[in-house]
Design a protein around this ligand. Structure first.
Ligand SMILES: Nc1ncnc2c1ncn2[C@@H]1O[C@H](COP(=O)(O)OP(=O)(O)OP(=O)(O)O)[C@@H](O)[C@H]1O
Ligand SMILES: [Mg+2]
Length: 275
């Protein structure tokens, strides 16, 4: 059965953890977003997709309040973009972990030091840092490689370190901008499975991707952004259809196309959970 779920309708709904309220974003000479209006409920797992230049990274930057709307309002965990000042930004940033396509690890430090650094800068006591680093490295399966430098790891392993670093302060929201962009398909799916596990543990996850295969098999909510606008916003849940034609038009696909094989990722998630 196919389900399309209604989401909470704006920044003031109690379930909303992230709310965009009729948002425009104008860079100096470029309008990046127009009338973007959606919200994300607590614990959701959301995929942002769409062509290059559509505005996906801009949406993630607005959530991190690394950019501010030129019109409308963004709300993140009760904090409003129009009321943010410099003093509030560190508080917001502690609620958010950010992962990038190019990992952004410090090349001259071991992976455990890369993660510890994220704790040092927010003033966590040393004993707690050691425990937290061990916990997140174990979660991403890299504890045994903790003394290595980033260049001594594969791309997928480096991205797992970046995810561990993003999670070490136990953020409520994990943002990942093209986290699989530099990875082969199998490794990319492992990263998505890791994001599923993080979401299962209660963190709201928002990631962007160009990857048609990931979008086709993603059994959760998918927002398609095109030319700075939300083109569709569909929550998918349905029976497995692994025979679905992967060459279908992804961005312009109808809702029934979208739902055809939508629970593949859901099934994979069950397999992962029970492994
Ligand atoms: N700092 C900036 N200054 C001016 N224009 C920008 C800036 N950042 C992005 N843009 C423009 O805003 C639009 C949206 O960019 P954005 O990076 O959000 O797209 P995207 O969907 O993430 O693309 P991609 O898939 O290539 O990463 C593009 O037209 C881009 O050129
Ligand atoms: Mg981008």
């Amino acid at each position: 059965m196919t389900t399309e779920t209604k989401h909470s309708d704006g920044p003031l709904d109690a379930r909303t953890v992230i709310g965009f309220y009729h948002v425009d974003l104008q860079y100096k000479d470029q309008k990046a977003l127009s009338n973007v209006h959606f919200s994300i409920d607590n614990g959701e797992f959301l995929c942002l997709t769409g062509p290059s230049g559509a505005g996906k990274s801009s949406i993630l930057r607005l959530i991190a309040m690394d950019a501010f709307p030129t019109k409308g309002e963004v709300m993140v965990r009760g904090m409003m973009s129009s009321k943010m000042n410099r003093r509030n930004i560190p508080k917001l940033r502690r609620e958010i972990g950010f992962v990038f396509q190019d990992f952004r690890l410090l090349s001259d430090r071991s992976i455990e030091d890369n993660i510890a650094f994220a704790q040092l800068v927010v003033g966590v006591p040393r004993v707690q840092i050691i425990k937290n680093v061990m916990r997140v490295l174990t979660q991403v399966g890299l504890y045994s490689k903790r003394h290595r430098k980033p260049h001594e790891l594969s791309g997928g392993e480096q991205q797992r370190v970046a995810i561990a670093r993003a999670m070490v302060n136990s953020p409520k929201i994990l943002l990942a901008d093209e986290p699989t962009g530099n990875l082969d398909p199998v490794t990319a799916q492992e990263i998505i499975d890791l994001l599923f596990r993080i979401n299962d543990a209660g963190t709201c996850v928002v990631f962007s991707t160009h990857d048609h295969q990931i979008v086709k098999t993603f059994g959760q909510r998918v927002i398609v952004v095109n030319n700075g606008r939300i083109e569709s916003d569909v929550k998918r849940r349905g029976p497995v259809d692994r025979s679905a034609n992967l060459a279908d038009n992804m961005y312009g696909g109808t809702k029934s196309q979208n739902t055809a094989n939508s629970s593949v990722a859901y099934v994979r998630r069950q397999e992962t959970t029970h492994a």
